[in-house]
Write a protein that binds this ligand. Structure first.
Ligand code: FRU
Length: 508
């Protein structure tokens, strides 16, 4: 451990200042799009989920936080916790920059529980090489360690994995797990040749780390950095996932500024990873990045991601906050890819579920289901085998001026579409997800919050997560059938409202 980088100024004062920064933004917050059933900071900017864990009877979710503004800036770790992943409590900000190696930011990382029962965080200490910005010199990034007895207060231990080469511009986001008696760490690297790789280190004592080698090298020369890599066992397979910088769009795929996905294969310590599948996006929506998984106390593999607002305009920036997580999802293996669905506990937030189905719509018919739904958890099943409409689906966040986001089955594309072209606020554009039509029906579960929509296709075989910022006034949900030779047949349709996730909604 490199103790020369030990705390050089008062972290307590930095944390107090950061809390005041968040409070200041909170006091001016406009709630028109602020989520009530997703994790977000009560003020300021957030990005990646960090340090996800279950520790001493509570789930902990930390996150990249800029407490002084609604755009990315010097990174801190914000913190929320929960007993059941349904109701969340705001916790004090966990880490602020406090020593030389992290002076420009406490970047992303992960949490493990040591054999003596402490919470140990590995994260990246970040500095600009030129002292000001990334410039052409890049970043000086090193993996650091911090320890906590209670998950709330952290003692920083300094740098444990220094950057081995001055020509490396990106070197960050450690994910750690225990394999037998060995601690294993992976993180993302941009090599001096500008290629994206995932490097692996191991340790017997959690402090001294030995370089094993690259465990994954991205084959595409455009991909220069693999942010927030994760590596975990699932069934008899291993999954490697990462958030790729530089990946170019290809048809329907990888259309966002940066894109998060995974490959599945097999792996044993000391052996190379054997990839068995192609790269698959975690999520086909506009806003999904930097997912981090962890194992729940019952063995489930759980994942949170950041709904990344990469493309302007980003209107929530004017509202005192910016950025939210996706709902917590469970990850399962489904042949050659992953199925992700909201954790079953999420159903506890359901309020006043209303049954609307079955319904048959004539050509170009539409029907208002709810006159004003700020939040909704929708279950919809469409009979594809017997429907002839060209598009069948729901207009969500529909306001009096005609703005809405359409989620539908599109028979020309034979895909599920999330289309924001009718919106006055935020980025527009559409995204699509493939589907298997072989059993003649399509199941959609759709979670609507004040400023976001998540669509789970056929029990999470595909997902689309996107921000959607409705205009002023009541937010209608409308069922539509568009064009085609005949009817749209809905086998079943029900909609619930969603309760808030906050333990103290009045203070959040
Ligand atoms: C991904 C990322 C990470 C980094 C963090 C900084 O969104 O760029 O690679 O650690 O965000 O906030």
């Amino acid at each position: 451990m490199n103790t020369e980088h030990m705390p050089s100024y008062d972290q307590t004062a930095q944390l107090a200042k950061a809390e005041a920064g968040v409070d200041q933004l909170f006091s001016q917050r406009n709630d028109r799009w602020y989520p009530s059933c997703h994790i977000a900071s009560k003020g300021g900017w957030i990005n990646d989920p960090n340090g996800l864990c279950f520790f001493k009877g509570r789930y902990h979710a930390y996150y990249q936080l800029h407490p002084y503004g609604t755009q990315w800036g010097p990174m801190h770790w914000g913190h929320v916790s929960s007993e059941d992943m349904v109701t969340w409590r705001r916790e004090p900000i966990a880490m602020a920059p406090s020593f030389e190696a992290e002076k420009d930011g406490v970047f992303s990382g992960s949490a493990v529980i040591s054999d003596d029962g402490k919470l140990v965080i590995y994260y990246t200490g970040h500095r600009w090489r030129n002292g000001v910005d990334e410039g052409t010199e890049g970043n000086l990034q090193e993996q650091c360690m911090a320890i906590s007895e209670d998950g709330i207060h952290f003692e920083k231990k300094g740098v444990v994995v220094p950057c081995p080469d001055d020509r490396i511009p990106h070197f960050r986001d450690p994910k750690v797990w225990k394999q037998g008696d060995t601690w294993t760490m992976v993180f993302g690297v941009c090599t001096p040749e500008h290629r994206g790789e995932i490097w692996m280190y191991t340790s017997e004592n959690m402090v001294d780390w030995t370089f094993v080698g690259p465990v994954y090298k991205h084959p595409d020369p455009d991909v220069f950095m693999l942010e927030c890599p994760d590596m975990f066992p699932l069934g008899d397979k291993w999954v490697i996932c990462y958030s790729a910088m530089g990946l170019k769009p290809k048809g329907f795929e990888s259309r966002n500024h940066n894109n998060a996905g995974y490959v599945i294969g097999t792996w044993e310590p000391g052996q190379p990873f054997r990839q068995e599948t192609d790269f698959h996006l975690w999520d086909d929506g506009h806003n999904y990045y930097a997912p981090q998984t962890f194992q729940g106390p019952d063995g489930r593999r759980l994942v949170f991601a950041w709904m990344s607002p990469f493309t302007s305009p980003i209107p929530m920036e004017n509202d005192g906050w910016c950025g939210q997580f996706t709902v917590p999802r469970e990850v399962e293996l489904a042949d050659d890819h992953l199925r992700t669905q909201p954790i079953r506990e999420y159903a506890q937030l359901d309020q006043n579920r209303k049954d609307f189905g079955p319904i048959t719509l004539e050509v170009n018919e539409s029907r208002t289901l709810l006159a004003d739904a700020a939040t909704a958890d929708i279950d919809l099943e469409i009979d594809l085998a017997h429907s002839q409409a060209e598009r069948i689906g729901l207009e969500l966040h529909r306001t009096a001026n005609g703005d809405h986001t359409l989620v539908c089955y599109d028979d020309q594309l034979q895909r599920v579409v999330l289309d924001r072209h009718c919106n006055s606020y935020g980025d527009r554009g559409y995204r699509t997800a493939p589907l298997d039509r072989s059993d003649g029906r399509l199941k959609l579960r759709i979670i609507v919050d004040h400023g976001s929509i998540e669509v789970f296709v056929n029990d999470g075989l595909e997902v689309l997560s996107s921000y959607s910022f409705p205009a002023e006034g009541a937010r209608e949900i409308r069922l539509i059938a568009e064009s085609g030779e005949g009817q749209a047949i809905i086998n079943s349709l029900s909609i619930a409202g969603l309760a808030t996730i906050w333990e103290h909604p009045d203070r959040n």
